[in-house]
Write a protein that binds this ligand. Structure first.
Ligand SMILES: C[S@@+](CC[C@H](N)C(=O)[O-])C[C@H]1O[C@@H](n2cnc3c(N)ncnc32)[C@H](O)[C@@H]1O
Length: 177
């Protein structure tokens, strides 16, 4: 699928941002990565409990003008530009099931899987053997398929938290090597 246009707007901290924030507040360690940093809200939160934190985003303009700016921001797909192994990787995925990618911050492509799978495949390489990868998805995507494909990529994957909203259910998946 082709990305037809690229909105340069920052995704403001939202229900899904706060949901993953609640689920990482007790995580501590050395190396942490926030894929799809957006406003930088979660990247900044990780900086409170990890010694070295990196944020990536595919949208350079968003990284340049981040509201919650931190050090170590890299513009790339997933973690493609990195060679570090992280203890914790998080991602508030663009998970909406869409025919086209019109908003890179939210649109996941077919079944809400196309972009998430690219990100997950990229992240696996940077996950420490003892590390944890937490990502947010939703009942608006085919999240069961996302779990199965994550497993096919060699990780364990399970739902660790759910939150019902008015029009969807947010889901956090934990994947490990
Ligand atoms: C739902 S927003 C989340 C932003 C922020 N992390 C939060 O939780 O509020 C998804 C972010 O992922 C970025 N993104 C989309 N596709 C990406 C990719 N392939 N690699 C890296 N970042 C990507 C978007 O630009 C956007 O900033």
């Amino acid at each position: 699928m082709q990305i037809k246009s690229l909105k340069n707007e920052e995704y403001p901290p939202s229900e899904d941002t706060f949901f993953i924030a609640d689920n990482i507040e007790n995580e501590k360690g050395n190396f942490a990565l926030d894929i799809g940093s957006g406003s930088g809200y979660l990247t900044k939160l990780l900086s409170e409990n990890f010694s070295f934190v990196v944020g990536t985003d595919i949208n350079y303009e968003v990284l340049k003008h981040q509201t919650y700016s931190t050090k170590n921001l890299i513009c790339c797909n997933g973690s493609d530009a990195l060679k570090i192994k992280f203890d914790l990787i998080i991602c508030n995925l663009p998970y909406l099931a869409t025919d086209e990618i019109l908003d890179i911050a939210t649109d996941g492509g077919a079944d809400g899987l196309e972009i998430p799978l690219k990100i997950i495949k990229s992240a696996i390489r940077c996950l420490n053997v003892t590390g944890k990868f937490l990502f947010v998805t939703s009942s608006l995507s085919n999240y069961q398929e996302l779990i199965e494909t994550t497993k096919k990529e060699g990780l364990t994957a399970k739902v660790i938290a759910k939150k019902k909203l008015f029009f969807e259910e947010l889901i956090i998946i934990e994947a490990k090597k």
